[in-house]
Write a protein that binds this ligand. Structure first.
Ligand SMILES: Cc1cc2nc3c(=O)[nH]c(=O)nc-3n(C[C@H](O)[C@H](O)[C@H](O)COP(=O)(O)OP(=O)(O)OC[C@H]3O[C@@H](n4cnc5c(N)ncnc54)[C@H](O)[C@@H]3O)c2cc1C
Length: 462
């Protein structure tokens, strides 16, 4: 949830990370002109049945994708290896997700309206002051949210298969099916399940950071952070403090490149941290996070320990032929904040919409150009958000003095408003030019002070 208040960074240009269409250069005597080949929308009709799509992975990306496909007339199979899966996750979701995905309020454990940002020297800044009465950050348990979205996909007509996707055979010719191999746990043939196959026309890989679908299409690797989290049951008295409050700790002790957190759940807190650069030190960083929060979680009992990779950037390839990756499988977690639930659900839905549209509600075969429409829309909508958070991480998470400056900036009401508006609504909100100028001057002031402080600290350590 770190700030994307620095709107001045939003002028950055988007790179073309993937080959979007074939471009032929045709030289003439005077000029060179580019001719784009776009697939004509005369793909063959699917006869005797509707388009068949497999969604691999039943997290927020898969659940949202399967619901949209089924509602759009596509015959949908959703594969999930563990139906009571409790994905290691802080479970913080923005307000816009509640509205856009029509989430019932009873699946939200806590409505956080106060956020404390705590600096390396333990200066705490409250950053929820500008929230309006109806605004909050939702805190969910993933086992609850994921099951809810999967159930909704079932109601819409998707077939949920409790199975482990193993691999797929790619089509041998245009229009021929993908053959998915999986272990079916529904057939109750012992722990290993029964080996089965299914033939489909297209595949959405929503199987998270260790995606097998991504491997199957040689999508390439991404850099990742390792995130570690402990669920800690604290006394009711101590829980009162966290009733509507979350904490973020920054400092070299808790993470050299990320932040530590205490997020409230229904009857416990989730305490965690993450790092890309010092993965081997993750337990040491976790101990430091717990130490920083010790007064507030004292006497607590650790009830669950979990760890999982968090992607740092999109994979080199996200679409190939009739296969598309979404959510963590594609690499859609924002830097700096480590937020991925909303982006997973959004990308799942966006990809499914492109398939529904391209197939004319399941009546026609789709091809790569249909799936690329999802990529184009995605990159256009979210690329600036990712870039801003990337830059913020580089500027403010690089040293303890820079983090002190960051926390100092967070005390500014204008920064808070921009930060929360951007986080809650996933839009970089237009600001007030005078306040923008003040913010720019303050930012420079904070950074200059941080640099001076860093130089002093370096002298001391010589
Ligand atoms: C410790 C931690 C804290 C985090 N905190 C937050 C936070 O507070 N807020 C936030 O927005 N994001 C947070 N994130 C990131 C967030 O958890 C992910 O971005 C999000 O879960 C991505 O959703 P997804 O549906 O793409 O993948 P996942 O949630 O990983 O879901 C993938 C699903 O696929 C299933 N699956 C995998 N392989 C197979 C297979 N072969 N066959 C069948 N099924 C398979 C899995 O069981 C799983 O259910 C955090 C991450 C970590 C690790």
């Amino acid at each position: 949830m770190a700030s994307i208040a620095l709107k001045s960074f939003v002028g950055l240009r988007q790179t073309t990370s993937e080959n979007k269409s074939i471009v032929l250069s045709k030289p003439t005597t005077q000029t060179r002109r580019n001719f784009r080949i776009n697939a004509s929308k005369s793909s063959p009709r699917v006869t005797g049945r509707n388009l068949r799509v497999a969604v691999v992975g039943g997290g927020p990306a898969g659940g949202a994708a399967a619901e949209t496909l089924a509602k759009g007339g596509v015959e949908t199979f959703l594969f999930e290896r563990k139906l009571d899966n409790c994905k290691p996750c802080g479970g913080a979701i923005p307000l816009c997700m509640v509205g856009e995905f029509d989430l019932p309020l009873d699946i939200i454990d806590r409505r956080v309206t106060k956020m404390k940002m705590i600096s390396p020297s333990n200066v705490a800044v409250d950053i929820g002051r500008t929230l309006k009465p109806h605004e909050y950050i939702g805190m969910v348990r993933r086992e609850v949210l994921d099951a809810y979205l999967r159930d909704r996909a079932t109601t819409a007509g998707a077939t949920v298969i409790n199975g482990l996707f193993l691999k797929m055979d790619l089509p041998k010719s245009t229009g021929s099916p993908y053959v998915l191999h999986y272990s079916d746990y529904d057939s109750k043939t012992g722990g290993a399940g029964e080996k089965k196959t299914v033939e489909v026309d297209a595949v959405i890989g929503a199987d998270g950071a260790n995606s097998r679908v991504a491997k199957n299409i040689n999508a390439g690797e991404y850099e990742y952070a390792i995130a570690f989290q402990e669920r800690i049951k604290i006394s009711d008295d101590k829980m009162k403090y966290y009733e509507d409050l979350a904490e973020m700790y920054v400092g070299d002790d808790v993470s050299p490149d990320f932040y530590g957190w205490v997020f409230p759940k229904c009857d416990h807190v989730a305490v965690g941290t993450g790092t890309v650069t010092h993965k081997g030190d993750i337990k040491k960083l976790q101990t430091a996070t717990r130490l920083r929060a010790r007064d507030k979680i004292e006497g607590g009992k650790i009830i669950r320990v979990e760890a999982h990779p968090i992607p740092e950037h999109p994979r080199p390839r996200r679409v190939l032929d009739r296969v598309a990756l979404v959510g963590d499988a594609a690499g859609y977690v924002t830097k700096c904040s480590g937020e991925g639930i909303y982006f997973a659900a959004k990308s799942g839905r966006m990809c499914a919409e492109a398939i529904v549209e391209g197939s004319e509600n399941g009546k026609r075969m789709v091809d790569e150009s249909d799936l690329r429409k999802y990529l184009e829309k995605w990159d256009k909508t979210y690329w600036p958000t990712y870039k801003v958070l990337d830059v913020l991480q580089k500027v403010f998470y690089r040293s303890n003095p820079a983090r002190e400056a960051f926390v100092e900036m967070c005390a500014d009401e204008y920064v808070q408003k921009m930060t929360f508006d951007s986080y809650l609504y996933k839009k970089v909100v237009p600001g007030n030019p005078l306040d923008d100028l003040k913010l720019a001057v303050n930012t420079i002031g904070s950074l200059v002070r941080a640099n001076a402080l860093r130089r002093e600290m370096e002298k001391l350590s010589v």
